[in-house]
Write a protein that binds this ligand. Structure first.
Ligand SMILES: CC(=O)SCCNC(=O)CCNC(=O)[C@H](O)C(C)(C)COP(=O)(O)OP(=O)(O)OC[C@H]1O[C@@H](n2cnc3c(N)ncnc32)[C@H](O)[C@@H]1OP(=O)(O)O
Ligand SMILES: CC(C)C(=O)C(=O)O
Length: 508
């Protein structure tokens, strides 16, 4: 096979810039460990100067995760670079990723600097970073809307100053494939010593072209692609890791390039990231969507039964889609549960498995068969790392036609009981108001409420996901039960517990 294309994963940095996504350090560590198992080449762990939480997560990943290069983002200024290095310095293979915009629109309105000033800033920042490490990536933000002559000048200066990876981002997803391929080709032709560095691309999906543009760049000679699991990222997201990897593999006779990715970890990684970020994967999403390997119509089913490849260009087993050979129900034990959860991407410590097992048995008593979707719903809360302060002791709700919905709630915290009652527009509203009163009021706003039936049938589990906001931070809470009011209460309490765990009593 041909030359390698390096997979640079930015789920933990640009991916976390998805509106509404906020991961804590433990959750980021879990994702980073899984990315290492997937064998990505680079993990962009965060933007250390952005917040103490970001710094802590990058430092924890740099200390623990071996194998991939661990990268931290910094603007082209010394304070950002010093902070990034402080977080990265214990990594086995650290990389500082510096960026500054090169398009006139960004220079004029955002940076308020001349072309010459930006070129000098970029070069000085790279020289400053070089004192810490020889692995320096430089990104020309908004490259695809930059004047190509100026862009080539900046890239040349960046290489001269010591950058070892040159990243050409399509920051606002403005490029189209043929144009972007030619753009990369021009940079390769014009820039002195470009063959001495890795050429990277970072494409956004504003026009739905992030994957197509990245592949066009690979065909034109780029050898690093920046991606995020499930296509997460700012606005419409980044190029989806699983789509790039499987396109390069499936069309290897065309691209003649390879990645080091362990394909059978792809599905697991997608599930884990979806659970931890709360960003659901759309059913018809390529490669990892629920429908990606389902065949609905008769002619297709007939074809697949005769020969799978009539309608499948990828083998679901290759990417680790679990094959359901064991039916989980009330007679199943811990081993079967652990195995199935691992197949779904949930590697559980013994204590977590015990909790999940107890919840599984509870549900299995009420449902004949516990499906993969039920299981995921059950364990999602177990793997969102948080220590609950308030626990639900009891819930009574009166609701119906022509009566005012009323809820009574009993909560426990450190052995103390908190009980309150409230009326509301509906039973969920009443229960939430009762919780708010029991906590003595708080400064957290409910911004999103979603109720899903996990599987069909009368005995379906209801999964409620809420998103709450405290200042500029979002927290996701989940609750699962065969009773949707109980699921709603659990979800809200789960979110409030997370706020309290991270922010402390100031939130009250
Ligand atoms: C394309 C991308 O995805 S870039 C990464 C985006 N990610 C983030 O922004 C992470 C979250 N951000 C944050 O927490 C904050 O924006 C911080 C902590 C990074 C900076 O906060 P603040 O210092 O308050 O600055 P603020 O964000 O309001 O403005 C950005 C400043 O950085 C400057 N700047 C922006 N990019 C760069 C750069 N690459 N190099 C140097 N300066 C830059 C802007 O011109 C502006 O400067 P000004 O204050 O002189 O006008
Ligand atoms: C920092 C750079 C690589 C970026 O995220 C972008 O340009 O979108």
């Amino acid at each position: 096979m041909g030359e390698q294309v390096y997979i640079f994963d930015t789920t933990l940095r640009d991916g976390e810039q998805s509106p509404g996504v906020s991961l804590n350090t433990e959750e980021k560590l879990r994702i980073a460990r899984q990315l290492a198992r997937l064998n990505v080449d680079v993990i962009e762990a965060g933007f250390p100067v952005a917040s103490p939480g970001d710094f802590e997560a990058v430092q924890a990943i740099a200390r623990e995760v071996q194998g991939p290069v661990i990268c931290g983002l910094a603007r082209a200024n010394y304070a950002d670079i010093d902070r990034a290095w402080e977080a990265l310095k214990e990594a086995q293979r650290p990389r500082i990723h510096l960026f500054i915009a090169t398009s006139d629109i960004h220079l004029k309105h955002k940076l308020r600097k001349s072309r010459e000033e930006v070129l000098q800033l970029a070069a000085a920042a790279i020289r400053h970073a070089r004192q810490y490490t020889s692995d320096i990536e430089f990104s020309a933000e908004d490259a695809s809307r930059s004047d190509i002559n100026y862009l080539c000048e900046v890239v040349e200066a960046a290489i001269e100053a010591g950058a070892t990876v040159i990243n050409i981002p399509d920051t606002v997803g403005y490029a189209v494939p043929m144009e972007f391929g030619e753009f990369i080709g021009t940079i390769r032709q014009r820039v002195k010593n470009i063959d001495q560095v890795t050429i990277s691309v970072h494409c956004h999906n504003d026009l739905g072209l992030a994957v197509a543009n990245s592949l066009a760049a690979v065909a034109a000679g780029a050898n690093q692609v920046e991606v995020a699991v499930n296509g997460l990222g700012e606005r419409a997201g980044n190029a989806a890791l699983e789509e790039i990897v499987m396109a390069l593999y499936t069309k290897r006779s065309f691209y003649r390039r390879e990645t080091g990715i362990k394909y059978d970890e792809l599905y697991r990684t997608s599930r884990m990231v979806s659970s931890l970020t709360g960003m659901q994967v759309q059913h018809n999403k390529a490669v990892v969507g629920k429908n990606a390997f389902l065949h609905e119509s008769g002619i297709h089913q007939d074809g697949v039964l005769k020969e799978r490849t009539t309608y499948e260009i990828m083998n679901p087993q290759l990417i680790g889609v679990p094959q359901e050979t064991i039916v989980l129900g009330k007679h199943s034990g811990r081993h079967a549960l652990r195995e199935r959860l691992a197949e779904l991407g949930y590697m559980m410590a013994d204590e977590e498995l015990d909790k999940a097992f107890a919840r599984f048995k509870d549900i299995a008593d009420r449902k004949k068969e516990v499906t993969d979707l039920d299981l995921e719903a059950l364990v999602k809360n177990e793997i969102r790392i948080s220590k609950d302060l308030y626990h639900l002791s009891y819930l009574h709700v009166f609701s119906g036609t022509n009566i005012v919905p009323t809820a009574t709630i009993g909560l426990k915290r450190n052995g103390l009981k908190y009980e309150e009652a409230a009326c509301g527009d509906g039973p969920v509203d009443a229960a939430y108001k009762a919780i708010d009163k029991a906590l003595g009021g708080h400064h957290v706003a409910l911004v999103d409420y979603n109720l899903n039936a996990i599987t069909g049938g009368k005995d379906a589990l209801g999964e409620v996901m809420v998103r709450v906001q405290y200042k500029d931070k979002y927290f996701i809470g989940r609750g699962v039960s065969t009773d949707v009011i109980e699921a709603s209460v659990k979800a809200y309490l789960n979110a409030l517990n997370k706020v309290l765990q991270e922010v402390g009593e100031d939130a009250l």
